[in-house]
Design a protein around this ligand. Structure first.
Ligand SMILES: NC(=O)c1ccc[n+]([C@@H]2O[C@H](COP(=O)([O-])OP(=O)(O)OC[C@H]3O[C@@H](n4cnc5c(N)ncnc54)[C@H](OP(=O)(O)O)[C@@H]3O)[C@@H](O)[C@H]2O)c1
Length: 291
């Protein structure tokens, strides 16, 4: 599978990574099935897993996805040292809600808990999940810089950020990657310049919810343009969309979620799909309703 740079200070990884969230949030499979899905993706050659401490049901369940990934890597027959695990801190799940808490002391405690949940001495890539409006960005990023200096994290990433926020964070610590939403349904990362900025700065861009997320991805088989390209090429509508997202810029990696082995393997197959310029333009010009 094609490798792409995750960004300065990180290893190259497969252009299709695994988004861990659906294995730990509402509707999650049982743990043994989840481990089988992760093993199938790893056996197929995927070398990047994206997770977060808050991929869980609520605050009593923090770290569920990280513990699951740690178990899957422990029980995997391959070389787990070659797998990059990217996690995040800066959010909480009170009563199942998603709330931000990127105070320095919270990030420090969350990082310690993630180290324990993942069972590692240092986290490959630690991402600020989202800026916290109650905390100056510089304070949150300063905490990540301190964690890096202490050797607890190897590289710093940002998520849900603007170009201005990337620039402010970069003045404090080298930023390896940025993770924002990007799919044909939601193109603000292109329109707002974040993909272009990260490409110019040599950072990786991790496209989250790349097939539209848990609800919108189900509309893809009925989308006239996507379905027609999928039929012509003999691939799934999801693979067409993933190939389109990866084609937007050489620094874009996708991290689709999957709760089944066929879905995980289908997404990995998208790495081998090159869309023609006319297929790319057709998707570019098509309407993708989020209703
Ligand atoms: N940084 C952030 O704030 C943030 C926010 C959201 C997500 N993320 C990250 O991005 C990852 C992906 O986002 P997401 O899970 O929201 O959305 P997504 O990857 O766009 O869609 C997820 C759902 O689409 C289905 N799917 C994916 N690939 C498929 C395929 N090839 N064929 C058929 N169905 C397919 C899966 O259904 P099944 O479950 O039925 O397999 C999966 O649950 C997350 O897991 C997480 O790691 C980050």
């Amino acid at each position: 599978m094609e490798l792409r740079s995750l960004g300065p200070g990180a290893a190259d990884v497969t252009c299709v990574g695994f988004g861990g969230m659906p294995l730990s949030t509402s509707g999650r499979p049982d743990e043994a099935d989840s481990v089988r899905v992760l093993h199938a993706a790893l056996d197929a050659g995927m070398t990047l897993i994206d997770t977060a401490n808050v991929y869980c049901m609520d605050d009593r369940d923090i770290g569920h996805n990280e513990r699951l990934i740690a178990r899957a890597l422990r029980e995997w027959s391959g070389d787990a040292d070659g797998i990059v695990v990217a996690t995040k801190g800066g959010m909480t799940r009170p009563a199942g809600r998603w709330e931000r808490d990127a105070r320095p002391e919270s990030l420090e405690a969350a990082c310690e808990a993630s180290l324990a949940a993942l069972g590692v001495e240092a986290i490959d890539l630690y991402q600020l999940h989202a800026p916290d409006p109650r905390v100056p960005l510089e304070d949150s990023v300063g905490a990540l810089a301190d964690l890096r200096t202490a050797g607890k994290i190897r590289a710093v990433g940002l998520s849900n950020v603007s170009v201005d926020e990337i620039q402010r964070a970069s003045a404090i610590v080298p930023i390896t990657s940025v993770q924002n939403r990007l799919s044909p349904f939601f193109r603000e990362a292109i329109d707002g310049g974040v993909v272009g900025h990260t490409a110019a700065e040599g950072m990786g861009f991790l496209a989250y919810s790349p097939v539209g997320g848990g609800r919108l991805n189900r509309k893809l088989p009925d989308h006239p343009v996507v379905a027609s390209i999928a039929r012509d090429r003999g691939v799934s509508p999801h693979a067409v969309v993933l190939a389109w997202v990866m084609g937007l810029s050489p620094n874009v990696l996708v991290i689709p979620g999957a709760r089944t082995i066929p879905h995980a393997l289908d997404s990995i197959a998208a790495a081998d799909l090159d869309l023609t310029p006319s297929e790319t333009e057709a998707i570019e010009g098509a309407e993708f309703s989020v209703a």
